[in-house]
Design a binder for this molecule. Sequence first.
Ligand code: PXP
Length: 236
Amino acid sequence: MVKLGVNIDHVATIRQARMAYEPSPLEAARECVKAGCDSIVCHLREDRRHINDRDVIALRRAINKLNLEMSAAEEIVDFACGVKPDQATLVPEKRREVTTEGGLDVAGRRSAITRVVSRLHDSGIAVSLFIDPSKRQVDASVAAGATIVEFHTGEYANAPSVSARRRRLDILMSVTAYALDRGLEVNAGHGLNYDNVRAVARIKGINELNIGHSIISRAVFTGIRAAVRDMIGLIR
Ligand code: PXP
């Protein structure tokens, strides 16, 4: 059964729009768990534009499976090693991007990524690498010591035509099989929504989908429990 990780960053985005105390990412996370999701995901950005350090600490205390998205910056790695989320997902990060653009170039930054993976492992944290669905990046991830990868589904989600989307899906399927053969756990996410998620959820061997923006957007109208349940209904 495909698992669902709910990314709650944009609950914090609404809070930060007023620099206020509500809505609470922690309360949102609790609601998502009650609705049946398998993990809570949040991204501690270097600029702290939504989730902040206190959020992560509070989530760590309250949530059974916390997946912290993070860059490989030393300050963030130090923080993660102290807080010890269940899982860390290393993502590329640029200050001026609206959201994570593209996967981590593990092949191009092998030694730096290997060092960070090993530091996180030494702190007892499972490590996932957020990569584009490419065999080269899969090979580099194995070489860097990762046991989990998350494929960036943005190109699939944003494909300009049905045939282009089909091609992106084929790539996701074949690279998933390649990664599974190499012993990796395979997750996927980015840009997935209620219209495009089913085909990705059906890819053989996919373990977990991590979804944020579309769930929080729907929650504005339906409430977050219903939004999470609707998504679970589509992927399982
Ligand atoms: N997975 C990773 C690694 C991400 O960086 C993001 C975006 O924060 C997501 C999944 C979720 O993407 P979306 O908000 O488009 O569902």
